[in-house]
Design a protein around this ligand. Structure first.
Ligand SMILES: [Mg+2]
Length: 230
């Protein structure tokens, strides 16, 4: 069983938006922030940019697009303040712990699979008391590929010791998570926490809460998380 982290387990967007708004004093720049972040994460995944520098460079580029030029050192300082705020404001969705407890009780091997680029994702899981539920944590910046690249999904299956056909991935991004997993030969489940009127591609399962996951697994994926016979 593979689970995305941000906006699947952790209400990351709400916390990020709040901390960004505190940083810049305005509420209309979230889409720009997401785009600039995606561009910089892609540069880390491709090896073009060092992870240690990425956040300051991202914040510098973002502010430049808003018309404010700051040096790298100042961008790094602003980033420290934003992260402090972020660390104190993220929280788990209410459906997460019951779902992870069910998976553990069922003996299913579980991986966290994130497109974030740094080891802070492990600290985040540990800080929220989730580390004990995961057999493996796959971080795009460490693996060198990101979802929806099938290599990302295949490497996680290998680490879990499970065949693709016996592994399911759940995430909040329809293309990156659910369609990517389906195309890589895994079960693809889209966690739609609130978007309406979306055309869901064939072969993708949809749930609106992690509370629906156990029933879906029992009815549709009988052998998930069982290590392959070798
Ligand atoms: Mg996500």
């Amino acid at each position: 069983m593979c689970l995305d982290i941000d906006d699947t387990l952790i209400d990351f967007t709400a916390a990020s938006r709040r901390s960004l708004e505190a940083l810049i004093g305005r509420t209309d720049a979230w889409e720009l922030w997401e785009r600039v972040t995606d561009e910089h994460v892609a540069r880390v995944v491709s090896g073009e940019l060092d992870y240690a520098e990425m956040h300051a460079r991202r914040t510098q580029a973002f502010l430049a697009e808003l018309g404010t030029c700051v040096g790298l050192a100042e961008a790094a300082e602003l980033e420290v303040g934003r992260k402090e705020l972020l660390r104190t404001s993220w929280r788990l969705f209410d459906d997460v712990l019951p779902c992870l407890e069910w998976l553990t009780a069922a003996g299913v091997r579980v991986a966290a699979v994130t497109n974030a680029s740094g080891a802070h994702q492990r600290e985040k899981l540990a800080g929220l008391g989730l580390a004990r539920f995961f057999d493996y944590v796959a971080i795009a910046g460490e693996v060198g590929v990101a979802k929806p690249d099938p290599v990302m999904f295949h490497s996680v299956c290998f680490k879990l010791g499970c065949d693709m056909s016996e592994t399911v991935h759940v995430g909040d991004k329809l293309r990156t998570d659910a369609v990517g997993a389906r195309d890589a030969g895994l079960g693809g489940v889209w966690l739609n926490r609130g978007e309406a009127d979306v055309d869901v591609p064939a072969g993708v399962h949809v749930i609106s809460s992690l509370a629906e996951l156990p029933e879906l697994l029992v009815s549709e994926f009988v052998r998930i998380g069982v290590p392959a016979q070798r």
